[in-house]
Design a protein around this ligand. Structure first.
Ligand SMILES: *[C@@H]1O[C@H](CO)[C@@H](O)[C@H](O)[C@H]1NC(C)=O
Ligand SMILES: *[C@@H]1O[C@H](CO)[C@@H](O)[C@H](O)[C@H]1NC(C)=O
Ligand SMILES: *[C@@H]1O[C@H](CO)[C@@H](O)[C@H](O)[C@H]1NC(C)=O
Ligand SMILES: *[C@@H]1O[C@H](CO)[C@@H](O)[C@H](O)[C@H]1NC(C)=O
Ligand SMILES: *[C@@H]1O[C@H](CO)[C@@H](O)[C@H](O)[C@H]1NC(C)=O
Ligand SMILES: *[C@@H]1O[C@H](CO)[C@@H](O)[C@H](O)[C@H]1NC(C)=O
Ligand SMILES: *[C@@H]1O[C@H](CO)[C@@H](O)[C@H](O)[C@H]1NC(C)=O
Ligand SMILES: *[C@@H]1O[C@H](CO)[C@@H](O)[C@H](O)[C@H]1NC(C)=O
Ligand SMILES: *[C@@H]1O[C@H](CO)[C@@H](O)[C@H](O)[C@H]1NC(C)=O
Ligand SMILES: *[C@@H]1O[C@H](CO)[C@@H](O)[C@H](O)[C@H]1NC(C)=O
Ligand SMILES: *[C@@H]1O[C@H](CO)[C@@H](O)[C@H](O)[C@H]1NC(C)=O
Length: 849
């Protein structure tokens, strides 16, 4: 058959000779007899029709490589599309199709007016070439797979110029053409970049030609060579720029290679051997799970036996279509329907895909806890991703559509806002990255615990003997562990009963912080402790333990030490070392100087410095950086030597949305004035929010008055505002606590002035104008010069007194500031390489953070 084309007349003669005996053969060869010898295409004359009811009927190319006919639609086997297929390969080898489908009574009609149209059973046109009245006299499918509608001399319409999802060798893919598959599309830009798009908006793949060849290309054309090399040609290139070689390039014969945008959003080069009916992928553009939207909205993509599968983040979600996991997920309870009880579901080793143009809008440099919290407190945020790949980036997703990817190798943690309580996916689900991650984690924990216990048992043998002689009474085994583990630094787990006993039934209340009441307790080994009964914890046991591990691994001289915890049923308690002198507020804001609760300047300065060092450690030096979120005198505790120790760090992460937001805001009503303006404006909370709070505390340490204190003396202004005015008028001594001027006091005015100026720098309205905690320590120590602080501006929470501030206008001003902030890339290493002159970098043009 293949040789029959050129020696047509002899072949025809032979056929005619055979026809007498083999009429059937003649019938089969008949169409060939009508071919013009010069033609390379099998012509289809106007008036011809293909019917979807007969799939055997098709219009082949001259050497039968390709044919145009009906095939079952890929998405719906009961419907049909008209398609050009290679070597009888069916839909899998379709290189062009009408996309629109018809039922089995549909037909493809090449009309005498030159129009080619697809008509369904009821006679409606569902697709057409729009070539009516353009002088089209013939339709022909050539041996490269191009269907051309044209007159005798020129092409009017061709399938190569109207590609659907595939490009074949000898097809030119040019600027302005698009491959489409569902919501996905692929095109080439005028400078030669190849891009994949989701819903015409998210660009999830963008590849330029080799940058050493990158002069801007003119008229770039993408071509796939039949050997499997994908390249870009352009008049401005001397030779084709190669994009990629397929894995089987230049191998085999009679193999058709084609480039296809698949319905899963990936771009692949396929090989199909003739008549094999199979196609094999030889290259794909990207990791399937990196395809935006592959698993639909809120779907999580992961690899199961190396094939990408879709699932939902947790049992708080339902699949939109149980039969098609790619349709995505929806929350069982909408966030709007649970105001106040929203919480963040944690997904380890997961990220939410972020591509241009979304990429630049919601990215911050904050720690993992702040990344979670920022999203929790922001009404528009639905999810967040904290990368742990060294970039320190946090992405807040405020868009309607988020696309998840989970893989044990991903160094990131993501959070999704859900209505509490969190119901994790059943861990019996084999094989997902998440569960592998959990299992591995559990395994490590078990090994560590076993090793610790073994070690302790050995140690204990020795200690038991020495203790036994000196002690007459034992509080049971666990007190032994308490002693030993306390010494070893690991957090001790207590039973609720033990703590009940230790606190004598929670009798002696030391105070009530933002996270729950604190009681004095005595452990069986006589250690005095402070037991905090946490309220509003929505987290599961495992997560609580992980947080406890983080908190207790955070050791610093100026941080209160966590001794142990209790997690039993609904009880969540933390056991801290006891601070004999209570909290700083007791000393600062008591009126009677003779109560003994008075701190001289030297003590105050040491407390300011110690507090700054403790927070610096949280921000900059420990492994998982922690934004405290609740710095205030009540959380600065003093030991017997009046050394400062910051407490309650790491707790913000434990508290759910409702409790966190309202609790903190209500506690602010009691201790108003420590929250940075960004809290109230729903802007991202960063370590600079702690700096603001620290600045307020520092001012209070100097003044002995609450920063929000309003009186006639302060001109009916908030103390912090009034203080700046006094400072401006060079009346700084009015700010200072009168008690510090006592006769026996040795007031270091230089230190005091430094502290005052630092506090004004800290309470700058815009976070980027505030120094880092590390710099504050240096400024306090006098290592770093301090420039004269600009006015801090009105804080937003100024509802006290007569100086009431227009809150909404302030918030919009803040939002504007945030929106116009420069891109974050310039600020990733704010702590390194600072010099003494670095203070000048807080000019308003400075990068954020
Ligand atoms: C199509 O061809 C197959 C074999 O190639 C045959 O079994 C089938 O009956 C044919 N169908 C029609 C509608 O001719
Ligand atoms: C044919 O197409 C028209 C328009 O697209 C549609 O309204 C009609 O339901 C289709 N009929 C059949 C039988 O598919
Ligand atoms: C059909 O023609 C094309 C283009 O001329 C050629 O590449 C291919 O090898 C031919 N196939 C057969 C089976 O002759
Ligand atoms: C064929 O079409 C081309 C372009 O549409 C036109 O320029 C040419 O005159 C046509 N030739 C004939 C023979 O109709
Ligand atoms: C593709 O482009 C090349 C070079 O511009 C040209 O020679 C060739 O005819 C084009 N092929 C088609 C099918 O248009
Ligand atoms: C795709 O974009 C359109 C608007 O451009 C929007 O209406 C539609 O919701 C988007 N689809 C999805 C699945 O987000
Ligand atoms: C490529 O496709 C995207 C998304 O549809 C579109 O915004 C862009 O303009 C296209 N580029 C070109 C050169 O066609
Ligand atoms: C083209 O792609 C390269 C990556 O290969 C990228 O760096 C460049 O920014 C892209 N250019 C445009 C205009 O998208
Ligand atoms: C880019 O092209 C140059 C020479 O044309 C080659 O040496 C280099 O390896 C290419 N780089 C890549 C990434 O392909
Ligand atoms: C390429 O084009 C981009 C924008 O279209 C332009 O910014 C850039 O300067 C151009 N580069 C060259 C080498 O012409
Ligand atoms: C994964 O592969 C294993 C063995 O290769 C097989 O038993 C199991 O069914 C596969 N799981 C899935 C979901 O395909």
């Amino acid at each position: 058959m293949t040789g029959a084309r050129r020696p047509m007349s002899s072949a025809a003669a032979a056929a005619a000779a055979a026809a007498a005996q083999f009429p059937l053969l003649l019938f089969l060869l008949l169409p060939l007899l009508f071919l013009r010898p010069s033609s390379v295409s099998a012509q289809v004359s106007p008036g011809s029709t293909l019917s979807a009811s007969n799939l055997n009927h098709s219009w082949p190319s001259p050497n039968q490589s390709f044919s145009l006919g009906f095939v079952a639609a890929p998405a719906d086997p009961s419907a049909f599309v008209a398609a050009i297929t290679y070597g009888g390969g069916g839909a899998a080898a379709a290189v062009w199709s009408t996309v629109s489908t018809v039922d089995s009574s549909g037909s493809l009609q090449f009309l005498s007016d030159g129009n080619l149209r697809l008509v369904n059973g009821s006679g409606s046109t569902v697709w057409q070439s729009n070539t009516a009245g353009k002088g089209v006299t013939s339709a022909a499918l050539d041996d490269s797979g191009n269907l051309v509608l044209g007159n005798d001399t020129a092409s009017v319409w061709s399938s190569f110029d109207h590609p659907t999802d595939t490009i074949v060798p000898s097809q030119n893919f040019t600027v302005g053409q698009t491959l489409r598959s569902g919501l996905y599309s692929f095109n080439i830009s005028s400078i030669g970049n190849l891009s994949l798009w989701w819903n015409n908006s998210i660009q999830y793949w963008n590849q330029g030609v080799n940058s050493s060849t990158q002069a801007n290309l003119t008229d770039p054309t993408l071509v796939l060579q039949s050997t499997g090399i994908l390249s870009i040609s352009s008049p401005s290139l001397t030779s084709n720029a190669i994009v990629v070689y397929s894995s089987d390039y230049a191998e085999g014969s009679d193999i058709l290679r084609f480039l296809r945008l698949d319905s899963d959003g990936n771009l692949r080069i396929y090989s199909s051997a003739k008549n094999s009916g199979t196609t094999t992928s030889r290259w794909e553009a990207l990791d399937q799970c990196e395809v935006y939207g592959f698993c639909g909205n809120l779907g999580i993509c992961s690899y199961d036996n190396s094939s990408a599968t879709c699932g939902c983040p947790s049992q708080n979600f339902d699949p939109i279509d149980p039969k098609d996991s790619r349709k995505g997920c929806k929350r069982k309870v909408n966030i709007e329907d649970c105001p106040g009880s929203a919480t963040m579901l944690e997904l380890d080793h997961a990220l939410f895909l972020t591509y241009a143009p979304e990429v630049s809008s919601q990215v911050f440099f904050v720690g993992i806890s702040a990344c979670r919290l920022n999203c929790l407190v922001s009404g528009s945020c639905v999810a967040s991703t904290s990368l742990s790949d060294g970039t320190g980036l946090c992405y807040l997703k405020t868009v309607d559509f988020v696309s998840g990817y989970e893989n044990p190798s991903l160094p990131s943690t993501s959070y999704v806002k859900v209505c509490g309580p969190v119901v994790p996916n059943p861990s019996s689900l084999e094989g997902t990255g998440k569960n592998k991650g959990w299992r591995l984690h559990a395994w490590v924990v078990v090994v560590v615990i076993l090793a610790t216990v073994l070690g302790l048992i050995l140690l204990e043998g020795g200690l038991w003997w020495s203790c036994f002689r000196n002690s007459t009474k034992f509080g049971g085994l666990s007190s032994q562990y308490t002693l030993l583990e306390y010494a070893s630094g690991a957090p001790v787990q207590f039973t609720y009963k033990e703590l009940q006993r230790a606190t004598k039934g929670f009798k002696e209340k030391l105070g009530a912080g933002g996270f729950g009441a604190v009681y004095r307790g005595v452990l069986t080994n006589r250690t005095v402790v402070a037991v905090k009964q946490l309220e509003g914890i929505e987290q599961g046991e495992k997560q609580f333990r992980m947080e406890v591990a983080t908190i207790s691994s955070t050791h610093h001289l100026n941080l209160v030490r966590l001794i142990g915890f209790c997690s039993e049923g609904r009880h969540r308690l933390l056991v801290y070392e006891f601070m004999k002198n209570g909290s700083l507020d007791d000393f600062l804001f008591t009126s009677e100087q003779n109560s003994g609760k008075f701190l001289n300047w030297e003590q105050r300065f040491n407390i300011a410095l110690g507090t700054a060092r403790g927070i610096t450690y949280l921000h900059e030096e420990c492994r998982d950086c922690i934004v405290h979120c609740d710095i205030k005198p009540e959380n600065i505790l003093l030991n017997e030597n009046h050394n400062a120790k910051v407490s309650d760090f790491g707790l913000a992460k434990l508290i759910n949305a409702k409790d966190h937001r309202y609790r903190t805001l209500t506690s602010v009503r009691g201790t108003r004035g420590y929250l940075a303006p960004e809290w109230l404006a729903n802007l991202p909370i960063t370590s600079k929010s702690d700096v603001y709070s620290y600045g307020m505390v520092l001012l209070e340490i100097v003044s002995g008055r609450r920063n929000f204190y309003v009186s006639m003396e302060t001109n009916n202004k908030k103390f912090s505002m009034w203080a700046y005015e006094e400072f401006e008028k060079s009346n700084a001594e009015n700010i200072i606590d009168k008690r510090l001027f006592g006769a026996d006091q040795d007031l270091n005015m230089e230190q005091v002035m430094r502290a005052i100026q630092i506090s004004f720098w800290c309470i700058q309205e815009h976070p980027s104008h505030r120094p880092t905690m590390g710099k504050i320590v240096q400024m306090l120590e006098g290592i770093m010069e301090i420039e004269r602080p600009p006015p801090p501006k009105a804080a937003v929470d100024g509802s006290h007194g007569g100086s009431s501030i227009n809150v909404s206008s302030n918030i919009s001003a803040l939002s504007t500031l945030a929106a116009s902030a420069p891109p974050p890339s310039s600020s990733s290493h704010q702590t390194s390489g600072e010099t003494i002159n670095a203070l000048s970098t807080w000019a308003p043009s400075a990068p954020p953070l």
